[in-house]
Design a protein around this ligand. Structure first.
Ligand SMILES: [Zn+2]
Length: 263
């Protein structure tokens, strides 16, 4: 790697971790119904408004040894982990799509998915606000597709974006309804169904269907481990959106190769 590349990767990692820091705020505040813009972040324990030096992604947490400077209360390592994860994902997206318009679109998409992953993990919900934001920002790849092309759709007909919007959503809805009919309860929630509308806009119906397959494969595998290895209760709710996000990431990074292999 030449020095130019190293600087570029470092800048992209920092960008991702700064966005990750903002996503932490979204993950905490959106389910609580608090504005994501104001007020500035505070310590959850003593209420002191955090200064700029407390807000440097990852490094603040390390230098403060995971404690608030004022009251000494522990700060969850998850904040720093989300920031580091986002930095790595931003770099990975850059490696996958290079210097193209797809890269910033995928950065936006991955950021939305990060919020979905952690809010569902914490609260077993996907807020409608997040779905709506995904739908509105999902117009960006649609406009790109119609104006200059958008490789994640794997090309296709002019109404490809409409298929992206409708096909994965309908299949998830079908699965939800079928599981209610067969098992008298749904394994997936309406949030899991709805989030597939923006997912279809961002990656097209082909990769989205692949991600559904991955999500059920890994979700099912985890469910079996949960019941038979960890001896947990069948009735316990396992949030499904984290598996959706893992499935989408696999489709984004390896789906194209897999499609070529399948055809
Ligand atoms: Zn404090």
């Amino acid at each position: 790697m030449n020095p130019y590349d190293i600087v570029l990767i470092a800048i992209i990692f920092i960008l991702g971790s700064v966005i990750g820091s903002f996503l932490n705020v979204c993950i905490y505040r959106i389910p609580a119904g608090i504005s994501i813009v104001t007020p500035r972040s505070r310590c959850g324990s003593c209420g002191r408004t955090l200064s700029s030096i407390d807000l440097i992604p990852i490094l603040s947490w390390i230098f403060l040894k995971g404690k608030c400077r004022t009251c000494g209360e522990k700060i969850s390592p998850r904040y720093a982990l989300v920031e580091a994860l986002e930095g790595l994902l931003y770099v990975a997206i850059f490696y996958r799509f290079g210097l193209s318009a797809v890269t910033p679109v995928m950065w936006l998409f991955i950021s939305i998915l990060t919020v979905v992953f952690f809010i569902d993990l914490d609260h077993q919900i996907i807020p409608n606000k997040v779905v709506l934001f995904g739908l509105v920002s999902g117009l960006i790849p649609v406009i790109l597709y119609w104006s200059q092309g958008y490789p994640p759709y794997q090309s296709g007909v002019w109404y490809e974006p409409l298929l992206g919007l409708a096909v994965p959503f309908s299949i998830m809805l079908g699965i939800a309804l079928l599981s209610v009919l067969l098992f008298k309860q749904s394994g997936i929630g309406m949030g899991d169904v709805k989030i597939y509308a923006p997912i279809g806009l961002f990656i097209g119906w082909k990769l989205a269907l692949m991600s559904i397959w991955f999500a059920f494969f890994f979700g099912g595998l985890f469910g079996l481990l949960w019941i038979f290895i960890f001896k947990r209760d069948k009735k316990e709710m396992i949030p499904f959106a984290p598996f959706i996000v893992i499935g989408v990431l696999m489709a984004v990074f390896w789906g194209e190769q897999l499609l070529l292999y399948l055809y």
